[in-house]
Write a protein of this length. Sequence first.
Length: 164
Amino acid sequence: MKRQLLDRNDLRIKMISIHKAIKEELNDIFRIEQLSFKPKDAFGIGQFKHFFNGKKRSSDLYVVLALNLVIGYFIIRYYEKSNRIYSIAVNPEFRQRGIATLMLDKIHELSVGKNIILEVRKDNKVAIDFYKKHGYKEEQIIHNYYKDGMSAIKMRKVFDEIQG
Ligand SMILES: CC(C)(COP(=O)(O)OP(=O)(O)OC[C@H]1O[C@@H](n2cnc3c(N)ncnc32)[C@H](O)[C@@H]1OP(=O)(O)O)[C@@H](O)C(=O)NCCC(=O)NCCS
């Protein structure tokens, strides 16, 4: 029902907001997770519960809403000298419209003065291209990182001193 409120081809002029997730949004987040990752790689709903509403103080779970529809989420983990993109995903129906870029902008805003690191499946070309477009560099291959044996590429973004 909610979906009828949104013209997907006209998303840019619709109300988009980004905020820390609340409990009521967990099912929508979990749905995006299931649509975005292989079953072996996807987080369970119990794992998400640890991240919302500041339950785990070293991390945050954010969502993007278009009108009242959850269309994307990310988890950021905070370390002393760097932050880590622990997960990020956009509902497949709303991809390639700048939603992940909006989330990355927020991640960068939360990371002033720090590097940002992440791991991505070596076969996830779309995500690798996405990160490269935003200045992330491949740093290391981590073999056998995922449950199916796939390697991860560790990527890092280093900001200039004058990052605002
Ligand atoms: C990776 C992901 C988050 C990108 O989300 P998105 O909202 O579609 O990304 P954006 O619209 O902000 O794309 C920005 C750039 O990323 C690249 N990109 C995104 N989707 C792409 C695709 N299907 N093919 C090629 N490049 C793509 C492009 O460079 C794009 O810039 P452009 O629009 O100027 O061409 C999304 O594809 C997704 O949820 N994938 C499944 C989950 C996942 O793999 N997460 C990453 C785990 S590390």
